[in-house]
Design a protein around this ligand. Structure first.
Ligand code: TRP
Length: 338
C-alpha cells in the first residue's frame, strides 16, 4: 500500500514536470516566431540636432507610419543622435548594425559616412546628403552599386549667390563660412566660389575646425566682407543664433542655404523644403522594407530647385531694399532680429 502511494506521487510529479516543460517550450516558440516574422526595424542616425535635420527626421518618421509601419505593432525605430561627435557616430553606427536593422537611415553626410564605415551589407538610405559622389558614398548616382541610395539636397549655390548680389548690389566681397570637417560644405563652397567669382565678387573662405571658433570668426569676417554666405553646413546650422548675433553687431547680411536659417535671421535664400526631403527619404526606406525594390533599382533622388525665401524683418533691420520683382515671387518668413 505504501509503495503504491509513492509510485502514484512519482508519476504525478513526472506528468507535472513534463507538462510545464512542454508549455514553456510552446511559449518560447510563440514569442520567437512573432519577433522574427513581424517586427521590422529601422535604425536612424542623425548627425546633430538643428532645425533643418529635425524636420527631415519628422518627415521620415511620419512617412514610414503613413506607409503602414506602426511603432509597437509591426515596427520599431532605433534612433541615435551623434551630437556632431565623430567617435559617438562610429559607436552608434556599430550598435545599429549589431541590432541588425532591416534598413539604416543616415541624416546628413557625416552620419551616412559613419554608417557606411560600419557596414557594406545592410541597406543604407541617405537623408539629405549634398553631394553623395564627392562624399565618397556612391560612384554613380543613377546606378547605386553598393549598399547605399537615398536623397540628395544639392542646393542651387549659383542662384543663391546671384540672389545675394541682387539684394546687395553694392557688395564687392563675400565671405564663406563653413566647417572644415564636413565634405558636404567643401563641395558647395567650391560651387558657390565659382559662381561668385563669375559675378565679379572677391571671395574669402573661412573654414572653422569646430564650433568653438564660430563667434570669433564671424567677428573677423564682419570687418572684411560685405556679406556672409553659408552652405548646407551642419556645424554652422547648429550655431545659427551665434552667427546672426555677431553679424548683426556690424549689420553684415547673411545669405544662407536653407529656409530654417532664414527664419533664424538670415536675409534670404533659395531653399528646399526640409520636411519634404524627409518624406522622400521615408518613401525610399519603405520601398526597401517592403521588399518592393532593391538598392540597385533605386537611383539617388536629387532635389535641386528651391523656393525664394526672404526675412523681411531682417531686411528692414539691415536697411536692405528688396526689389519688387523679387518680393513678388518670394515667400516671407522669419523674424528673430536682434
Ligand atoms: N545636406 C547636408 C549634408 O549633406 C545636410 C543638411 C540638410 C543640412 N539640410 C540642412 C545642413 C540644412 C545644414 C542646414 O550634410
Amino acid at each position: 500500500m505504501k509503495n503504491k502511494g509513492l509510485i502514484v506521487t512519482i508519476i504525478l510529479l513526472g506528468v507535472i514536470l513534463i507538462g510545464t516543460f512542454t508549455y514553456e517550450m510552446g511559449q518560447k516558440n510563440v514569442t520567437t516566431e512573432t519577433t522574427t516574422k513581424e517586427i521590422k526595424t529601422v535604425g536612424i542616425l542623425q548627425f546633430v540636432s538643428h532645425p533643418a535635420l529635425d524636420q527631415i527626421y519628422e518627415g521620415v518618421v511620419d512617412t514610414l507610419e503613413k506607409e503602414g509601419f506602426k511603432e509597437g505593432e509591426n515596427f520599431k525605430i532605433e534612433f541615435q543622435n551623434g551630437q556632431a561627435d565623430q567617435s559617438k557616430l562610429a559607436t552608434m553606427s556599430e550598435q545599429l548594425v549589431n541590432k541588425k536593422a532591416d534598413v539604416l537611415v543616415g541624416i546628413a553626410t557625416p552620419a551616412v559616412q559613419a554608417l557606411a564605415n560600419a557596414t557594406s551589407n545592410l541597406p543604407i538610405v541617405m537623408g539629405a546628403v549634398t553631394d553623395p559622389v564627392s562624399a565618397g558614398l556612391v560612384n554613380d548616382s543613377e546606378h547605386p552599386d553598393k549598399n547605399i541610395t537615398g536623397v540628395s539636397d544639392k542646393a542651387p549655390a549659383d542662384k543663391q549667390i546671384l540672389l545675394g548680389t541682387q539684394l546687395l548690389p553694392d557688395a564687392k566681397s563675400v565671405g564663406m563660412l563653413y566647417s572644415s570637417t564636413e565634405d558636404n560644405s567643401k563641395y558647395q563652397v567650391q560651387e558657390a566660389k565659382k559662381a561668385a567669382e563669375e559675378l565679379g565678387l572677391e571671395v574669402k573662405t573661412f573654414a572653422i575646425p569646430s564650433s568653438n571658433e564660430i563667434s570669433q570668426t564671424v567677428q573677423v569676417m564682419s570687418d572684411q566682407v560685405d556679406f556672409i554666405y553659408i552652405p548646407l553646413d551642419n556645424t554652422i546650422a547648429n550655431a545659427m543664433p551665434t552667427v546672426i548675433n555677431e553679424a548683426n553687431k556690424k549689420k553684415i547680411p547673411v545669405i544662407p542655404s536653407v529656409d530654417t536659417m532664414v527664419e533664424q535671421g538670415g536675409l534670404a535664400t533659395i531653399g528646399i523644403n526640409q520636411y519634404n526631403l524627409g518624406v522622400k527619404t521615408g518613401e525610399m526606406a519603405a520601398q526597401l522594407l517592403k521588399g518592393e525594390k532593391k538598392i540597385e533599382e533605386l537611383p539617388i533622388y536629387t532635389f535641386k530647385d528651391g523656393e525664394t525665401l526672404i526675412n523681411k524683418e531682417q531686411a528692414d533691420f539691415l536697411g536692405v531694399d528688396i526689389p519688387k520683382e523679387i518680393l513678388d515671387e518670394a515667400t516671407e518668413i522669419g523674424g528673430d532680429t536682434k
